[in-house]
Design a protein around this ligand. Structure first.
Ligand SMILES: Cc1ncc(COP(=O)(O)O)c(C=O)c1O
Length: 384
């Protein structure tokens, strides 16, 4: 619950910063505002806290602190690692593989490097949103050098078989990146178990602050600098650090992992209750995603013949925040590329809404969410 009457059920778009992370970051904005590169104790204290945050992030994903680079967000980390292959494979004819349902911060950079002459395969997904491991294998060519496939999808919550895909790549010289923005802090993520070379995370999705991202880079791998200047972030991303944001990220990720098991049970119960409640009143609703491999807390629903945009606005008038598809797409009247890839028609894809619960929701809110969705749906249908 936010404010007096508002129910925020759009945690896949962003989360409220946790109380612990907020408290931890605040002094670094006003009292302890030193530059982490300064040599006197005021700066050294900030640097020490950044390094603690780096350890926390590393611990949370099974990495070493030296493998963690802080960025301005998930988009930056995705763009950076994918664009870096232009420089790494300068003038070589190379091929890369991704999926059709990636976040736009991956898809659009893949399209951009395709225009620069790199061959890109966009793999299809099945009706649940899963990439097939066999399709990955079949797509690999002698000159394939890089694969990027997300760990969990931001619109439907489907979790991909990343560890199985990385097993295919064991004896191949192919770098493997996963966009784990929706996964880190929500499901167990271990870079060694996943066996990925690069991984992206974003603090505002796990109860940290907006404007802080994480790029994991496996030890020993080259990464051309994104920003030139000082020696911050192991010399690959210059610029005065976002001290408070990084400290909040380190605190929030530790807390998210601590709370994960208990929170997951609550979120799953909320999802079950929501789906049952909506299905009871709207039997023809379609649930998009993969019930077996699904992020806790996320539900994507489509309703035949009802525009998701209108539905979302009516639900909003009832004090409930849900989204039409991904927050990044909203505002454009385009069907979701993710839902089209699942095989939904354009009309079905435009009829979808996403409900995503988080730790600041409670199960008592579910009845209000169900009522807001169902009443809004019936209002549109009756006014035809
Ligand atoms: C899967 C996925 N990747 C990347 C991003 C971009 O992250 P950021 O908002 O930190 O740039 C998002 C944000 O919605 C996302 O859901």
């Amino acid at each position: 619950m936010v404010g007096e009457n508002l129910i925020y059920a759009d945690n896949a778009a962003t989360t409220r910063i946790s109380d612990r992370a907020f408290k931890k970051m605040l002094p670094f904005l006003r009292e302890q505002y030193g530059n982490a590169s300064s040599q006197y104790s005021f700066g050294v204290k900030a640097k020490r806290e950044i390094e603690q945050a780096r350890k926390n992030v590393a611990n949370a994903i099974g990495a070493e602190p030296s493998e963690i680079i802080f960025t301005s967000g998930g988009s930056e980390a995705n763009s950076w690692v994918i664009r870096s292959i232009l420089e790494t494979y300068h003038k070589e004819q190379i091929h890369i593989i991704t999926s059709a349902i990636e976040h736009h911060s991956v898809l659009n950079v893949c399209r951009a490097i395709e225009r620069s002459g790199i061959e890109v395969t966009f793999l299809p997904v099945d009706y649940t949103g899963r990439v097939s491991v066999d399709d990955v294998l079949a797509a690999i060519k002698p000159h394939t050098k890089f694969i990027t496939i997300m760990l969990a999808n931001n619109e439907i919550g489907t979790i991909q078989p990343i560890a199985e895909i990385s097993r295919l790549l064991k004896d191949k010289e192919i770098l493997f990146h996963t966009d784990a923005v929706q996964a880190v802090g929500h499901i167990p993520v271990d870079v060694k178990a996943l066996n990925v070379d690069y991984l992206t995370a974003s603090a505002h999705k796990f109860y940290g602050a907006k404007g802080t991202g994480v790029l994991y880079r496996r030890s020993g791998l080259e990464l051309p600098p994104l920003i030139f200047g000082g020696q911050q972030e192991h010399g690959v991303r210059a610029g005065t650090e976002n001290v408070a944001g990084i400290i909040a990220a380190g605190c929030a990720i530790e807390e998210s992992v601590e709370e994960m098991a208990e929170r997951t049970n609550i979120l799953r119960a909320m999802v079950e209750k929501t789906v049952k409640g909506i299905k009871d009143k709207i039997p023809l609703v379609r649930i998009n995603g993969d019930s077996e491999n699904q992020l806790p807390g996320m539900i994507n629903l489509s309703f035949d013949n009802v525009p998701g945009e209108s539905l979302m606005h009516l639900i909003d008038l009832k004090g409930v925040c849900v989204s039409t598809s991904s927050a990044c797409n909203s505002g454009r009247d385009e069907p979701s590329h993710v839902l089209l890839a699942l095989g939904l028609s354009e009309q079905q894809a435009k009829s979808a809404i996403r409900i995503s619960y988080g730790k600041y929701n409670n199960i008592d809110e579910v009845d209000d969410v169900v009522m807001a969705v169902c009443d809004s749906y019936h209002k549109i249908v009756m006014n035809r």
